[in-house]
Ligand binder design. Structure first.
Ligand SMILES: Cc1cc2nc3c(=O)[nH]c(=O)nc-3n(C[C@H](O)[C@H](O)[C@H](O)COP(=O)(O)OP(=O)(O)OC[C@H]3O[C@@H](n4cnc5c(N)ncnc54)[C@H](O)[C@@H]3O)c2cc1C
Length: 378
């Protein structure tokens, strides 16, 4: 249904926002039999500035949603590389592979799955929120039992429901563009430089997605790449396949993500800096949790466990933002990891949830600390 809201006078669950979080929630809820209406102000397939890397955990969650991805939907990557011009280190995921794929391709696959399950949709149709009134769909009344705010970082559902209280840290600006060039690595490369980080995700046989994140205002992708000679050389002569787009990224922790019959999901419900590459994975896992919770009769389970999904990505974001803020720390850490790649491998295992952080710290914390104080020992 495009832009039409007639016949939408009632649903069990109204979802404001049909991005990855909203569609994943719709799919998970339909899988449990709920009557779901998703409304989005834009028309599909919806594009958005994103690094376009799905970590192995995202793929696991998508599989549970019945969204089967295969290598033909994008390009598989086996791990992560960190480089800063002086040193580099890489490692593969302990299990599975990531998938780089265009955001529009991902959106279309989610749409197909939602349609297959009978999710009702209203595109080009905003959910309107007025104080002390129920949400309406494009101005038309729609009775709902539950309202889910999947409306992104600047969520209006969040403000309307009085759920804005919380902490917001590390506001940065992200850009992305696609370049027509054959991927040169089987890993996502994260290049650290004076302006921030640029990461390269293979998304097609002849295409890479370049995302850059910075704290500095006034910087654009071109300036950013000029500050990273290795990348600048790799992309020299490669045409961009679309226009550069920008978006904010930040780490947000809310005091609560539910109130009454309203719940938030995806970026609306909190986030970890984009450098973690965990935004989509968190949204998909939240969708599954939300559906379990409503199937159990309410939002209590979701309210209780939501923070647990954000906790590790937010901790990893804090660590990475320390490296971003303090160049002296970064210039110590990267050579140490380059000399001890097994440490980086285990850190990656922590990042993707395959190893608990306390175990890593217990096993390697003291050694890492000593190496940072006296890097010559590495
Ligand atoms: C530069 C950058 C790089 C990133 N890289 C990665 C990465 O590599 N891997 C990863 O997993 N994550 C990455 N992320 C994070 C990821 O993009 C987000 O976490 C993800 O888009 C969140 O999805 P969402 O559905 O919550 O929000 P969104 O994608 O923002 O969708 C929200 C939707 O709500 C709609 N909407 C808003 N208001 C209304 C309204 N009133 N009525 C109806 N519709 C409304 C909007 O039109 C939009 O479609 C990156 C983010 C940035 C900025």
């Amino acid at each position: 249904m495009v832009g039409a809201v007639s016949g939408c006078s009632h649903c069990d669950v109204l979802i404001a926002g049909g991005g990855p979080a909203g569609l994943a929630a719709a799919i998970a809820l339909r899988q449990r039999g709920a009557d779901v209406l998703v409304a989005d102000a834009l028309r599909p397939p919806i594009d958005k500035p994103c690094g376009e890397g799905l970590l192995p955990g995202s793929r696991d969650a998508l599989e549970r949603l019945g969204v089967d991805l295969d290598a033909r939907d994008g390009v598989e990557f086996t791990g992560i590389l960190f480089a800063d011009g002086e040193a580099s280190v890489c490692a593969d995921f302990p299990r599975g592979a990531g998938l780089g794929m265009r955001r529009t391709v991902l959106h279309q696959l989610l749409l197909d799955r939602a349609a297959q399950l009978g999710v009702r949709t209203a595109w080009n149709t905003a959910v309107l929120l007025k104080a002390n009134q129920p949400a309406s769909v494009g101005g038309a009344t729609c009775a709902y039992s539950w309202l889910i705010g999947a409306d992104g970082h600047a969520s209006r559902v969040r403000s309307w429901a009085g759920l804005n209280a919380g902490r917001l840290r590390g506001l940065r600006l992200g850009f992305r563009a696609h370049f027509h060039v054959a991927p040169w690595s089987s890993r996502v490369e994260i290049h650290w430089g004076p302006l921030g980080q640029a990461y390269i995700t293979p998304v097609g046989p002849q295409e890479v997605c370049v995302a850059a994140i910075t704290r500095q205002s006034g910087v654009r992708l071109g300036t950013f790449l000029e500050s990273l000679p290795y990348l600048h050389a790799k992309l020299a002569g490669a045409a961009t396949t679309d226009a550069e787009r920008g978006a904010l990224t930040l780490t947000r922790r809310l005091r609560s993500v539910t109130r009454g019959n309203v719940a938030l999901i995806g970026d609306a419900s909190g986030s970890a800096d984009a450098i973690t590459g965990e935004g989509l994975s968190m949204a998909f896992r939240q969708a599954l949790l939300l559906a379990d919770s409503l199937a159990a009769g309410g939002l209590d389970l979701y309210a209780a466990r939501h923070a647990g999904i954000l906790a590790l990505p937010q901790r990893m974001a804090s660590l990475m933002l320390l490296l971003d803020r303090y160049a002296w720390l970064r210039t110590r850490v990267l050579p140490v990891l380059a000399a001890r790649p097994e440490l980086f491998r285990e850190m990656l295992a922590v990042h993707v949830g395959e190893q608990p952080m306390p175990r890593f710290l217990l096993r390697h914390g003291a050694q890492l600390g000593a190496l940072l104080v006296a890097p010559g020992l590495a």
